[in-house]
Structures are given as C-alpha cells and as structure tokens.
Design a protein around this ligand. Structure first.
Ligand SMILES: C[C@H](N)C(=O)N[C@@H](Cc1c[nH]cn1)C(=O)O
Ligand SMILES: [Zn+2]
Ligand SMILES: [Zn+2]
Length: 477
C-alpha cells in the first residue's frame, strides 16, 4: 500500500496546477440551478463534466430527468452518471456530488468576480462552487487522472452520480435513484459523498448525520397592481406590512421557533449523546471566525453544536416582489412572497412539520384582521439523515484521513442538508459516508466562497487514499 500511495500522492502534487485549471474552467460556468435563465449553463456544466469523464476513459451517460415540477416549461438538467472500472474482484464505490451552485453576483458584495477563480497569496481559491461542490466533484476525476499518470492501479470500481439541482432541493433525483438502485447502482458496496465541510480549519472530520430542510413560501396579495404610497398609503391594506408581521412571528431573536407543537417532534437528548459534544475539536473562536463576528446565540460550544446538529432552526431568506435596490422608491407592492425554511432533525416527519406550519401561519394571518389574501405553500422538502459510523466505509475513510492529514478525524453531524443522502441509503441498502474536503471558513452559499488550495490538493489525495483503504477493509457488514 505505502509505495502505491506515495506514487499517487507525488503525482497529485505534480499535477496540482492542472487540477486548479480544471477547477477554474468549472467555476467559470455559472450553473445556478435556482435561476431559470441560467439553466443552459447548468446543462453546459453537466456536459463539461461528461466530456472530462469520457476523456479519462469512464463510461458516461447524461440521463434526462424530465420537466421541472411546477415549472413545466423548464427541462431539469440531466444527471451525469459514470462508471470507471468493471473488475469483479474489486469493490465498487458509488460517489455522489452536485455540479449546480447557489446564485452569486458581484453586487452582493463579492471582493472578486464570483465566476472567475481568483487565487490570493494565502492560497485561497475564491469562486462560486469552489467548495460547494465543484472542487470535491472534480476531486474524484482528479483522483482517476493521478492514478493513470502515476501508473498506479485504480483500487476499486467507481460509480459516479453528479446532479445539477441539489441547491434547489434535488428535484427529480429521488425517483431516478430508486429506479437505478438495482440497475446502474446495483454493484455498489458503499456510498461516499463529498459535499460538506470541516467544523474548523485544522481538523478533518467524517460526517454521519445531516439535518433535513423544508422550504416554504408565504404569498400575500391584495391590490390589483403596485400603488403610489403617497396616493394610497393609509387607504389600502398593504401586503408587505402583513407579510413582515407574519415572518417576524415565526422565530425570536435567540432562534426559538414560535410554532406550537414543533419542539415536541424532536427526539429527546440522551445522556450518551450529550457526552459526545465535549470531545469534538471545536471552539467558539472557530464559530466567530466563520461568522465573521461574535453575534452567536449560544455562549458555549456544546449548545452551539447541538443547535447546529440536533435541534431544528428556522431561517427567513427573503421576499420576492419587495423593493431591494439602493435608493428610496415609494411603491406599495401589490403582491409579496416571503421565503423561509426549517432545518429538520430526528424524529420530525415532514408532513407533521407542514401541518403545524400551515396552521400557525393561518392563525397569525387571521389575527391581523387583514382584507388581503394569504397563501402558504411548501416549495420543497428534504429529509434528515443519521447513520452509524461503525462501518468499514468509515474505518477506511478514517485511515485515509490519518495518512493524509496525520490526525484522527472527528465524527461529526452537519447542520446543512443533502436531500438524497437518505435516498441513497434506503435505495441501495448500503452504508453512506460523508467525507468533506473544505473547511469551516469556506463560506459556502455566501459571498467570497473559497476553497483553500491545500484542502483541494490534499483532498484529492484523501479521496484516492480512501479508495485504497476501502479495497483493503474486510467487508464484515
Ligand atoms: C451541505 C450541502 N453542501 C448544501 O449546501 N446543501 C443545501 C441543500 C438544500 C436544501 N434545500 C435546498 N437545498 C443546503 O443545505 O442548503
Ligand atoms: Zn453542496
Ligand atoms: Zn450548497
């Protein structure tokens, strides 16, 4: 094993500029899944991946997912599936990632152009999608290429599944995974997803849990068209006023969700679970560094980690139809749509959450006594996931972390959501591992998203080393 891995690691180092160029090309494609006008770019990004994979000798297919639910004029971007290697004597690992990104514009406050990979003198590679999730997705391709160029046998058969709608709730993918579980994905012995982050900046982790996400819209309408606030202010009931009062009633300053019944859906904290939090390598300074401020809700690490991993949270994201430019426009919007989401945890069932949310919004709106109309809908829902880290898949990843980073990883859960994780677990019946590449300061979804060059290059070594250790692990479960 050692000489093989050493040869592979050396090759990764000597190909590092080439791998950064590959990431530069990927970041340059603004594959924003939430923006209808960018759909051709999302498709282009899938084509880019498919072409790179074909050039590496993988068998690639771009599979259509049909129309986008609720937006039937829009075709969903294809899911890119690929197989590299078909040796019956080797294990088969299924990897998943996404090639779409969150929206980004220079006007949001980026210091650099979001779709131009910009590397500073500290080796920070800024660009939308660098860490979430183009860097990790390309990590798998780079691992294949480095093995080829180093003349090191690829230790496993690799099945790949890369989607273009993850940031929009993985529309259409559940059905696809279920349909392919006993076909394209049938050989998988275990699943690995690289699409989350370390808790801090120094210590790598392996992740065995995710929160779910239920995303809602509240639409308030009244006037037939936008109105002049000088002429109609004080004479018409205003949708924005109603919406602000409803949104403000959902959660308090300390993050306590105000919806009755929601807290009762959460699994109680056991003493055993409580004892896990103290041992995790995480400090309040790590949090402050990622926040860019000290505006935390909780004063200590244990409560902060619990709030992130095992309790639900409610975030208000924005208002469609609201005036948001600089200046002083004096309009009364006729229709506004507020967006908020709830991160869900064990044992919250989506249907119960929806029922409580709709009931509460309805009651809050009735209390306003407004003549406007209020409609609350679920936009999409992804389920939470918690797995057992006592599996050879995690053991192999732990050995790989020790080999590459020289330290044992922490076992963590994640506050974010990857909706298809549970689907992969249930459809294939195999263990799923989350193996992050980036760190807590990467600012995924935010302005100035970045991936450190060190995390990218060592991360490519990590993915390859993980596959070598997988090949060695006795398959006892
Ligand atoms: C953790 C992952 N990299 C991520 O960012 N996931 C998104 C997925 C999502 C959930 N609903 C809509 N998109 C997230 O956690 O927001
Ligand atoms: Zn992601
Ligand atoms: Zn994301």
């Amino acid at each position: 094993m050692a000489p093989q891995l050493d040869g592979y690691f050396k090759q990764v180092d000597s190909l590092s500029d080439h791998f950064i160029e590959r990431l530069r090309k990927a970041v340059a494609i603004p594959s924003i899944s939430a923006d209808e006008e960018r759909r051709p770019d999302v498709v282009r990004m899938g084509e880019f991946l498919a072409a790179e994979l074909s050039a590496l000798g993988a068998g690639v297919q771009q599979r259509p997912l049909g129309k986008q639910p609720g937006k039937e004029h829009l075709e969903l971007p294809p899911v890119v599936i690929a197989r590299y290697g078909n040796d019956r004597k080797k294990r088969t690992i299924l990897v998943y990632g996404h090639y779409d990104v969150q929206p980004a514009g220079k006007e949001d406050g980026w210091a650099t152009e979001p779709f131009e990979l910009t590397i500073d003198d500290k080796g920070r590679m800024f660009g939308r999608g660098s860490t979430d999730d183009k860097g990790p997705v390309l990590g798998w391709l780079n691992a294949i290429e480095a093995h080829q160029k180093a003349g090191v046998d690829f230790p496993v058969n690799l099945l790949m599944c890369f989607e273009g709608m993850e940031e929009y709730g993985s529309e259409g993918l559940d059905d696809f995974i279920n349909a392919e579980a006993k076909k394209f994905f049938a050989d998988a012995d275990a699943v690995c997803i690289s699409d989350n982050y370390w808790l801090g900046t120094e210590k790598p982790c392996l992740t065995y849990g995710l929160r779910g996400c239920s995303y809602y819209s509240v639409e308030i309408s009244g006037p037939g068209q936008d109105l002049h606030s000088g002429v109609f202010g004080g004479t018409a009931q205003e949708p924005m006023t109603d919406l602000m009062r409803i949104l403000a009633s959902l959660v308090d300053t300390d993050g306590k969700i105000q919806i009755p019944g929601l807290a009762e859906l959460v699994a109680p904290l056991t003493e055993e679970e409580k004892s896990l939090y103290g041992n995790i390598a995480f400090t309040m300074d790590n949090l402050y560094e990622s926040l860019g401020s000290q505006t935390s809700i909780h004063p200590d690490k244990e409560r902060t980690l619990m709030a992130r991993w095992r309790y639900p949270s409610l975030s208000v994201h924005g208002v469609e139809g609201a005036f948001s430019q600089p200046g002083a426009k004096t309009v009364i919007p006729a229709k506004v749509i507020g967006k908020f989401s709830i991160r869900t945890v064990p044992n919250m069932e989506s249907e119960d959450v929806d029922r409580l949310v709709f009931k509460y919004i309805d009651e809050q709106f009735k209390k306003l006594g407004s003549k406007n109309t209020c409609k609350c809908t679920l936009q999409n829902a992804g389920k939470w996931w918690v797995a057992s880290p006592k599996h050879w898949n995690f053991t192999a990843a732990s050995k790989a972390v020790e080999k590459v980073w020289g330290v044992k990883p922490d076992l963590t859960r994640e506050g974010g959501s990857i909706p298809v994780t549970l689907t992969f677990e249930q459809a294939t019946g195999k263990n799923v591992l989350l193996l992050p590449m980036g760190s807590s300061t990467d600012a995924a979804h935010s302005i100035n998203e970045k991936l450190d060059k060190k995390n990218y290059i060592e991360g490519i070594k990590l993915l390859g080393a993980y596959l070598h250790y997988v090949a060695e692990e006795p398959m006892v479960n």
